[in-house]
Design a protein around this ligand. Sequence first.
Ligand SMILES: Cc1ncc(COP(=O)(O)O)c(C=O)c1O
Length: 470
Amino acid sequence: MGVIPAARLPSRPVREFLLDLDERDGRRAGLERALRAAIRDGQLPADTLLPSTRTIAADYSMARATVVAAYEQLVIEGYLIAEQGVGTRVANVQPSKPVSPDKGNPWHFNPTADFRPGEPDGGQFPRSAWSNAVRRVLSDTNDGGFGYADPRGLAPLRSTLAEYLGRSRAVVASAESVSVFGGANSAFGFLAQTFHKAGITHIAVEDPSLFFLRDVFTLYDLTLVPVPVDDEGISVDYLDSLDVGAALVTPAHQFPLGVTMSAERRSALLTWARANKAWIIEDDYDGEFRYDRRPIGSLQGLDPERVIYAGTASKMLSPALRLSWLVVPEELAGPLAQVKQLRGGVSTIEQLALADFIDRGDLDRHLRSSRSIYQQRRERLSATLTEVAPWLHVSPAHAGLHLAAVIAGPQNEADVISAATAADVGLVGFGPMWLGSPTSEGLIIGYSRPAEHQFASALDRLTDVLQSLA
Ligand SMILES: Cc1ncc(COP(=O)(O)O)c(C=O)c1O
């Protein structure tokens, strides 16, 4: 037996921690919880000698067996050490640090008028159609369906998605080429790992672009190379001068600038990819939302062997579902599946619910109604900006769930954002989206987050902020 350290007396009497025992699930569980919490947050430091079980039992009118059982449980878990002839003392547990609220982060506050991009109006979520889909899945799935499933995604969803993407986004897909993930960020993590294993070290990204999505590639040591974007999309001339194995683009609605990639640029980009045997990742995050014409078909449809198509349920339904998909070229399907095999898939129930939801036409119905709501919001927002902030130049594409407004006056982006924050208006600027040197200042104004009945008052609040800066 080793040397027993001199046990300390509790810094605060143990009885203080036991005053308000939470006995919801019994005295023993409450006692264990109180002692665990006091040890974790450092109030009972290592080597503190605890009162005997007899003392605690007498002081708190507990059965001694209850206290003994609680002490024994905490000994097994490693919080306490029982030593014969000495008593029970606190083990050396790393105290947990309190998490400090992330106040300065524009994504972590809950403004009264929320014009940040990135989320659809939660009030539009088709709750009853979705819960009917989940109910059908739960009653129709046999017991075997509750086991582990194909990590690439369930066959019914993969074939439903192949059909849906074919008709709605002109994607060339079969069930075999579709893989299901827990969000685009998760899908990009799998892709990054697959690229890394294949020896790809550099990836071109549009500049500006969504920083936290592109950063996923750096987790697997890929270097991001910024490429400028003009009013036709990513600069292929610039891309030509680089040595990269892949390029990440948003052709339907560039994030954040809102440009739709022109037909010439699409063709030049594909020529570049073929000549360099490079992969193109088409991030089609909000391609279903086009208001002035039918949605423009995917880039992937023009070359399914070089383009990896990435779609998500986050904009068209809700980011809470954490469902997204990739359609991958044949050459990549095997290597990606190997990575997926090891790192697992997503909830079977949610996958089957999405398949059911699409098969019954609920997604088409939902998109028809939300498209018309967002189109009206976009028009109102756009008209308001033209009237009250002529110093903002709004992107022309009638698409997506945000509009990009370049600051063309003496106002400066940081001042606009802080005036908005002070007025409890959520707004995001181009700033964090630049990877290289910024070439413009501007605002990414999302119009999908406010509840429908609050949109008018939210717009009034935004108007006040912009007018105060005129
Ligand atoms: C440019 C872009 N791509 C993809 C996504 C979707 O991400 P996820 O599927 O992880 O929610 C978003 C969401 O904000 C986005 O803005």
